[in-house]
Design a protein around this ligand. Structure first.
Ligand code: ARG
Ligand code: ZN
Length: 488
């Protein structure tokens, strides 16, 4: 799904760049000249079909995603049997070609592909590592929509990322958890696995009767046949693939409604009822506060899932329904983490990065949201939070530029804390009125789309009428502690 110029560019395969370069990034125009009526029409040059690229060209993760097409919708139907640790699935991908394609890739890690059709006709398919290469019977024409259906099965395995740890499908004692940033989706369905290609999702997850299968978006029904229950979920806002999740297990479920939207919380029954349940229950109150500073909540559902698995020590802002490690609640109620993950619904999820280097746009703003929430909640002020970190951050934080952290530092303290300090330095420089207008405008203008650091800086300068190059240069790209800003 392409809602910004950025996405189009990112979705254009490297191998297609030559062909599309002059016609404009992602142009769906036929590059052949129009026949002239004056001269007898020369025989049309044969269309040249090209291979879709095996990556979108993200400098940090060159193999992520694929070029040559743009997905609008996924329908993911999987059955998981925890006793056998076996997944059986059919995924339907609705997409449009962005160039003339003889073949294209989807990302799929492990699993065995049984059949592939394109527009209902059987297609050739092969594997190259974690890429599924599909060769349709007929070439795909730039600008045309097409539908791919993939049937597959096997024992899902998480990805092993050397620097960032594992992401993806994990078998648990009684079920499974599919979770991970910057990638995870390809471990349970074929996908264009880069945030630049956002799409809507329908999930149908079939699990043994008695287990819950929670995913993103609106609960769309549940039905039991024999010993199996199918849980349906619909994410109707464009979503980056790493924000998809499924969590299968035994949960205490709380269902409700808030502002006309469904609320669905799930806390693992491995935990006694307590701080985790109370913290998650505060999700809507926290989100209402965030709406007052960021503008309208961008999605159609609310929720939270609390898991207890020693392999997952983080929380992730999975769209409309974050997943939290129980460890966040081991010392009592914690709404800071809820504020952080719900802030990502605006910054990261609705406004998505176009390249992983810009991760500070997600984490810096979500960290700042924690400070704003703490102050609103009667705790320490954002200024106090800033002061502590400005005085107390390590040399490592000041040496690592959050705007250019490098892959090993993607989730480092610099990205989170110095990222949050950058937001505060901006606030001090432009004043509260312009600052909150910048945040609201950023969320509104880039809703359901992708955006970059350069665009954020340009917006901040336009709204404030101030020249901010030096501020961002020092805070995002400098390798030493910037000068101390004033105070709010
Ligand atoms: N984006 C998540 C958060 O800030 C953290 C993800 C951490 N991922 C990782 N591979 N360590 O809430
Ligand atoms: Zn975060």
């Amino acid at each position: 799904m392409t809602l910004s110029r950025r996405t189009l560019c990112a979705g254009t395969g490297l191998l297609l760049a030559g062909m599309l370069g002059l016609a404009g990034c992602g142009s769906a125009e036929d590059p052949a000249p129009a026949p002239s009526s004056a001269a007898p029409a020369a025989p049309a040059a044969p269309r040249q079909f090209l291979l879709g690229a095996a990556g979108v060209g993200d400098a940090y993760f060159p193999t992520y995603g694929n070029g040559g097409y743009d997905v609008s919708r996924y329908t993911v139907k999987v059955r998981y049997d925890p006793a056998e640790d076996r997944l059986t699935g059919t995924t339907t991908v609705q997409a449009a070609a962005t160039g003339d394609l003889s073949a294209f890739n989807l990302d799929l890690a492990g699993l065995t592909v049984r059949s592939v059709t394109v527009d209902g006709a059987p297609a050739k398919h092969g594997r190259k590592g974690d890429e599924l290469v599909v060769t349709p019977a007929r070439g795909l024409i730039a600008g045309n929509g097409f539908v791919v259906e993939i049937a597959y099965d096997g024992k899902p395995e998480p990805l092993r990322n050397e620097v960032l740890g594992s992401g993806g499908f994990l078998h648990t004692d009684e079920g499974a958890i599919a979770l991970g940033q910057p990638e995870s989706a390809s471990t349970w369905f074929p996908v264009n696995d880069h945030p630049s290609d956002k799409a809507t999702y329908d999930f149908e997850i079939t699990v043994p009767k008695g287990l819950t299968a929670v995913s993103n978006g609106v609960p769309a029904g549940k039905s039991t046949t024999g010993d199996w229950t199918t849980w349906k979920w619909a994410e109707r806002s464009p979503m980056a693939s790493y924000l998809s999740t499924v969590v299968i297990g035994k949960f205490r479920i709380t269902e409700g409604e808030h502002k006309g939207r469904p609320v669905f919380h799930a806390v693992t029954t491995d935990l006694p009822s307590g701080a985790a349940d109370r913290s998650i229950a505060d999700t809507v109150e926290v989100t209402d506060y965030l709406e007052s500073v960021f503008g309208p909540y961008p999605f159609e559902a609310y929720g939270g899932v609390v898991i207890s698995d020693a392999r997952i020590r983080y929380a992730l802002e999975t769209q409309s329904r974050p997943v939290y490690s129980a460890s966040f609640f081991s010392r009592g109620e914690n709404t800071a983490v809820v504020a952080h993950e719900m802030a990502h619904q605006w910054f990261g999820n609705s406004v998505s990065l176009a390249r992983w280097q810009d991760i500070w746009l997600n984490e810096g703003l979500a960290t700042y949201a924690e400070w704003l929430w703490a102050e609103h909640d009667g705790g320490r002020t954002a200024q106090q939070e800033f002061d502590d970190r400005y005085a107390g951050s390590s040399g490592q934080v000041w040496r690592t530029p959050p705007g250019e952290p490098g892959v090993p530092n993607l989730f480092s303290e610099s990205v989170y804390q110095r990222g949050g300090m950058t937001v505060h330095a901006l606030r001090v420089a432009v004043g509260d009125k312009a600052f909150f207008e910048i945040l609201k405008t950023w969320a509104a203008q880039n809703r359901d789309a992708n955006a970059t650091t350069a665009e954020f800086v340009a917006l901040a300068e336009r709204v404030s009428g101030k020249q901010l190059d030096d501020l961002f240069e020092a805070w995002l790209y400098g390798k030493q502690r910037p000068d101390r800003p004033g105070r709010v």
